[in-house]
Write a protein that binds this ligand. Structure first.
Ligand code: NAP
Ligand code: GDD
Length: 370
């Protein structure tokens, strides 16, 4: 009999990679998906839908009755709670909703496990955002580790921190195998398009294809002072990339490496929380430089507009994870470097944009000939 794992947020970036990993490990994966009015939103797991061990189940983690029924029905060995309103900026505009999903959701699972299936192991997706403005310092190096105090700076981080503490309380009070991965930023070709890394690489993908389809050489492209780029002789213009704070530093890794750490945490003898990171930090500005370099542009500034709309009321300036505990106890190490991460994301978005354009033109051709 296969082990059964429930993965919430299976349609998201991490959920899709984790589902792949668990299937490879021989699990039956119960992949939760909230109701949607369309079939869109399954893109990241499309390739898993025909796998007999992958079962897509409609569920909303804010509904305790629904969560109870799931635990009752599947009695899973492991639950990975990845579902969240995961956008920090959005959490300032939708604080109550963010709290419902990010805090009430995990509570529903913890209660259901306690009452109905106490041997189920539980993973909670905690976050480096919980550290907020706080860090420790050794020499010139500023970093965060498991014991660094949390000083959250957004409704998102507050809800995640409350959930983090709730996991500790259920672990200590009821002896549940419940633990949290304090994951620093992790990105990928499947990253949501409104996070800064993917926003940048998607723009670059579309821009490169705009250049290609107009037979334009980057040396002859110029920008006006407003928000568009234009080239003499070419009527079409291309909107500049609009971003907020470029000075924030993030410790960016690849999501595929990070889901391995989640899995490893639930295979330990006892439940503990771990910081998962690359231990290298870069500013948004550095990410931009690296990404534009991929298409031969050494100075991104003419292509970017700073737009106050993308600033946050409160910012987290510096994240750099100290991963001694994960390295020593789990034997976990990241494999994908910052440079490789950026390269993979840019190349994937150039490819995706080219395919999208080809699809659009073949549909147009079909419409014209029919
Ligand atoms: P993501 O791509 O935004 O995925 C979030 C998932 O949650 C989606 O599948 C989403 O469904 C689902 N969801 C949202 N509300 C739900 C609800 N009420 N009921 C059921 N499902 C719901 O996020 P991610 O980057 O994979 O991150 C995974 C988890 O790790 C999140 O909890 C996030 O907060 C946390 N985290 C992420 C990072 C990072 O850098 N990526 C770092 C630290 C912690 P739809 O597809 O329908 O939207
Ligand atoms: N999203 C976004 N859009 N961020 C921008 C932009 C923009 O146009 N311009 C600048 N930024 C800055 C943000 O202000 C922030 O300092 C940084 O880029 C990273 O923003 P995001 O990519 O949205 O990620 P995040 O760090 O706020 O949150 C992500 O990482 C957390 C872990 O530290 C999310 O994945 C969270 O769910 C996760 O917990």
């Amino acid at each position: 009999m296969n082990k059964v794992a429930i993965v919430t947020g299976a349609t998201g970036q991490d959920g899709s990679y984790l589902s792949e990993l668990l299937l490879e490990e021989g699990y039956t994966v119960i992949a939760l998906r909230r109701r949607s009015s369309s079939e869109k939103g399954l893109e990241r797991i499309q390739h898993l839908l025909n796998n007999d061990n992958f079962k897509l189940v409609e569920a909303d983690i804010t509904d305790s009755g629904c969560v109870n029924n799931l635990i009752q029905e599947y009695k899973p060995s492991e639950i990975y709670n990845l579902a969240a309103q995961s956008h920090v900026g959005t959490s300032f505009k939708q604080p109550s909703y963010t709290s419902q999903v990010n805090l009430q959701g995990p509570i529903n699972f913890l209660e259901a496990i306690r009452l109905l299936s106490p041997s189920t192991k539980f993973y909670q997706a905690s976050t480096s955002e919980m550290f907020g403005k706080n860090y420790e310092q050794m020499g010139d190096t500023k970093y965060q580790r498991e014991t660094t105090a949390f000083v959250p700076q957004s409704p998102y981080a507050v809800a995640k921190l409350a959930a983090h503490e709730m996991v500790r309380i259920y672990r200590d009070s009821y002896g549940l195998f419940a633990c949290c991965g304090i994951l620093f930023n992790h990105e990928s070709e499947r990253r949501g398009e409104n996070f800064v890394t993917r926003k940048i690489t998607k723009w670059i993908g579309n821009f490169q294809n705009w250049l290609n389809s107009n037979n334009l050489d980057i040396r002859y492209v110029s920008a006006n002072s407003e928000s568009i780029l234009f080239v003499s002789g070419v009527q079409e213009s291309f909107p500049k990339l609009r971003l907020g704070n470029l000075d924030a530093h993030r410790d960016w890794g690849h999501a595929q490496d990070y889901v391995e750490a989640m899995y490893m945490m639930l295979q330990q003898d006892s439940p503990e929380d771990y910081v998962i990171a690359t231990s290298e930090t870069h500013s948004v500005r550095e990410f931009l430089t690296e990404a534009f370099n991929e298409i031969g542009i050494t100075n991104f500034e003419p292509y970017v507009v700073i737009d106050p709309e993308f600033y946050r009321p409160c910012e987290v300036d510096w994240l750099l994870g100290h991963t001694g505990k994960a390295r020593d106890q789990l034997g976990w190490r990241p494999k994908v470097s910052f440079q490789e991460l950026v390269q993979r994301m840019v190349r994937s978005d150039i490819d995706a944009s080219r395919k999208e354009k080809l699809e659009r033109s073949s549909i147009q051709e079909l419409e014209e000939t029919s």
